[in-house]
Ligand binder design. Structure first.
Ligand code: CP
Ligand code: NVA
Length: 306
C-alpha cells in the first residue's frame, strides 16, 4: 500500500511510470465515451471515498470519472457531513473509514490533517489539495506540458504570482523530474521556507525572483494561479501585492516564442490572467483539466501497486 501525499515522496522512475501510464491510458481510450470503463477495469471490486473539506469542481469530477473508468465504485462526502470537527479525531476517522473502503482521496483544509489521516489509515490515501500542496494537479500539468513541449527536464518554466500550494508542488516536480523553474512573486508571498530549503537540498534548479519579467524571460511555459486561495482571507492586501504580477500579453512577450500558458483553474479572468492569454492559441488550461482524469487514474493504480 502506498499513499500519494506529495511529489517529493517519489523517485524520478516512480513518477515517470505514473506519467507513462497516464499517457498510455489517455491514448487507449481516446475515442471511448467518457462513461465507458477501460477494458481492463483494474479497480473492479474496489471502493474509493472522496472527502472534501473545501469546495471542488475539477478534483471531484475527475476522480469520480477516473475511478469509474477503472471499474471501481466511488462516493463523495463533504467534511461538514462527517463527524470530523465534532470531536472525533482525524486518526479515529481514518481508522474507521479504512474498515469500509479500499482507498481515500482527501482535500484537507490543513496539510497536518492529511498527514494525520494518512498515518492512521490502513488503506492508500491521496492528497486532493491542502493549504501546502496540490500534487495531483501538478502531475496532470506535467503531463500537459510534456504533450506540448516534450520532456520536462528540458523546459524553462515560469511561475508568476502567489508562491502557493500549486507552486510548491511545481517546485517538488522540478526537483524530482528536472527542468528549470523561475518563480516571480512579491517578497511577502514567496513559497514556504520548507519547500525552498527542500529545493536547495535536492539541487533543484529553482530561483525565486521579484520581477515577473525576469522570471518569464525565455520561458517555454508560463503558469499562474488565483491571487486568493481557498485558505487565504487577506483578500485586499493580496490584490494590491499581486496586481503587478498579472499574466497579460505584454508579459508573455518576454517568454519564448509560442510559450504555453497554464492555470490549474478556477481562474479569475482579467485578474491574475487576461482573457487574451487565457483564451489564446497557446493556452493549455482545458487540457490540464482533462488530464486530471488520466493522471489520477495512474496515481490510483500506483497506490494499489498496479
Ligand atoms: N484545480 C482544481 O483542483 O480545481 P477544483 O478546486 O475545482 O477541484
Ligand atoms: N491555489 C488554489 C488552487 C485551487 C485549485 C487554492 O488553493 O485555492
Amino acid at each position: 500500500m502506498t499513499h500519494f501525499l506529495d511529489i517529493k515522496d517519489f523517485t524520478k522512475p516512480a513518477l515517470r511510470k505514473i506519467l507513462n501510464e497516464a499517457a498510455r491510458r489517455k491514448k487507449v481510450r481516446a475515442h471511448l465515451p467518457k462513461g465507458e470503463a477501460d477494458i481492463d477495469q483494474p479497480l473492479k471490486g474496489r471502493a474509493i471515498a472522496l472527502i472534501f473539506e473545501r469546495p471542488s469542481t475539477r478534483t471531484r469530477f475527475s476522480f469520480e470519472m477516473g475511478v469509474r473508468q477503472l471499474g471501481g465504485e466511488v462516493f463523495t462526502v463533504s467534511g461538514a457531513e462527517m463527524q470530523l470537527g465534532r470531536g472525533e479525531t482525524i486518526a479515529d476517522t481514518a481508522r474507521v473509514v479504512s474498515r469500509y473502503v479500499d482507498g481515500v482521496m482527501i482535500r484537507a483544509a490543513k496539510h497536518e490533517t492529511l498527514l494525520e489521516f494518512a498515518s492512521a489509515a490502513t488503506i492508500p490515501v491521496v492528497n486532493g489539495l491542502t493549504n501546502y500542496t496540490h500534487p495531483c494537479q501538478v502531475l496532470a500539468d506535467v503531463q500537459t506540458l510534456e504533450e506540448r513541449k516534450g520532456d520536462i527536464s528540458k523546459q524553462r518554466i515560469a511561475w508568476i504570482g502567489d508562491g502557493n500550494n500549486v507552486c510548491a508542488s511545481w517546485i517538488e516536480a522540478v526537483g524530482v523530474l528536472g527542468g528549470s523553474l523561475k518563480v516571480g512573486c512579491p517578497t511577502e508571498l514567496r513559497p514556504r521556507h520548507e519547500v525552498l530549503n527542500w529545493a536547495t537540498q535536492h539541487k533543484a534548479d529553482v530561483e525565486v525572483l521579484v520581477s515577473a519579467e525576469e522570471a518569464v524571460a525565455h520561458a517555454d511555459c508560463v503558469i499562474t494561479d488565483a491571487w486568493v486561495s481557498m485558505h487565504n482571507d487577506d483578500v485586499a492586501s493580496r490584490h494590491n501585492l499581486l496586481k503587478p504580477y498579472q499574466v497579460n500579453e505584454a508579459l508573455m512577450l518576454h517568454a519564448a516564442k509560442e510559450a504555453m500558458f497554464m492555470h490549474c483553474l478556477p481562474a479569475h479572468r482579467n485578474e491574475e490572467v487576461t482573457n487574451g492569454v487565457f483564451d489564446g492559441a497557446h493556452s493549455a488550461v482545458f487540457d490540464e483539466a482533462e488530464n486530471r482524469v488520466h493522471a489520477q487514474k495512474a496515481i490510483l493504480l500506483s497506490c494499489f501497486g498496479k
